[in-house]
Design a protein around this ligand. Structure first.
Ligand code: ADP
Ligand code: MG
Length: 257
């Protein structure tokens, strides 16, 4: 039997909170980019973070990954306040996987070295442990045969899939995907989005910024729409993308039809 949207939502709402953003504020000089952002992501939930260019999606994700410091507010990862200045930043980063739009792989390193690098250098895994885990992940995405290849021998789609595999090395509690298909040729987007769908099937908790609206509509459990530094919408894809009565929201999505 297929669960209704509200039953599915209820199941998520009862799951543990993996990420809690509580009143996050971030400015660059006079530019108030994030003006009090609060939302939760529950275990196994896929949340699409949408909004026009410059609306603060990347800034928000960098705050979660501790690449930017929040000015105010708190971020909790499974109960740890990661904005606490005394928090162990490397330990927290091992708990969050991150993939960006581009420049994810080091061009002068083989695939296997790229995938194992952070686990070995930052998280102090042994070579054997890191390589075993990397090969398992590459195997899962059908790229084990490319372990010795260099990034320029791979398509852009394969490179992003390797970058996702690398982000999964430490078995993170949360995966952050920041416009990971934006720099790809259109014909390579599908294989990367398919991999995201597979991760969702496996129960990975994901926060993804994307302009792939039909993918967000079909794959996300929830849409968070940023506008002028605040959350303009937070609901199911149907509620936000199809049924919002807010004129600015409707105008935003009309560009993608
Ligand atoms: P998005 O990812 O939604 O396109 P960003 O988070 O990249 O938006 O940017 C939001 C705003 O913050 C933009 O106006 C951008 O110019 C500004 N911004 C982002 N990072 C910095 C920075 N390091 N210094 C100054 N301004 C920044
Ligand atoms: Mg961005």
């Amino acid at each position: 039997m297929t669960a209704t949207v509200s039953e599915t939502r209820q199941a998520f709402d009862e799951a543990p909170v993996v990420l809690r953003l509580d009143n996050i504020r971030k400015s660059f000089g006079d530019a108030h980019v994030l003006n009090g952002i609060s939302f939760d992501i529950h275990q196994h939930e896929v949340v699409a973070l949408l909004g026009p260019s410059g609306s603060g999606k990347s800034t928000l994700m960098k705050c979660v990954n501790l690449l930017e410091q929040v000015d105010d507010g708190q971020i909790w990862l499974n109960g740890t306040d990661i904005t606490d200045p005394r928090a162990d930043q490397d330990a927290i980063r091992a708990r969050i996987g991150v993939v960006f739009q581009q420049f994810n792989l080091f061009p002068h390193m083989s695939v296997i070295r790229n995938v194992t690098l952070a686990a070995r250098k930052v998280h102090h895994w042994s070579k054997d442990r890191a390589e075993a885990r990397a090969l398992e992940l590459l195997d899962r995405i059908g790229m084990r045969a490319k372990a010795g290849a260099y990034p320029d021998q791979l398509s852009g789609g394969q490179q992003q899939r390797v970058a996702i595999a690398r982000a999964l090395m430490t078995n993170p509690e949360l995966l952050l995907l920041d416009e990971i298909t934006s720099a790809l040729d259109p014909m390579l987007v599908g294989e990367v989005l398919d991999m995201v769908s597979e991760l969702k099937e496996q129960g990975t908790t994901i926060l993804m910024a994307t302009h792939e609206m039909s993918f967000a509509h079909d794959a996300a459990d929830r849409i968070v729409l940023l506008r002028r530094g605040v959350i303009a919408e937070n609901g199911t894809p149907r509620e936000v993308m199809d049924e919002s009565r807010n004129p600015e929201t409707r105008e935003f999505f009309s560009h993608f039809r």
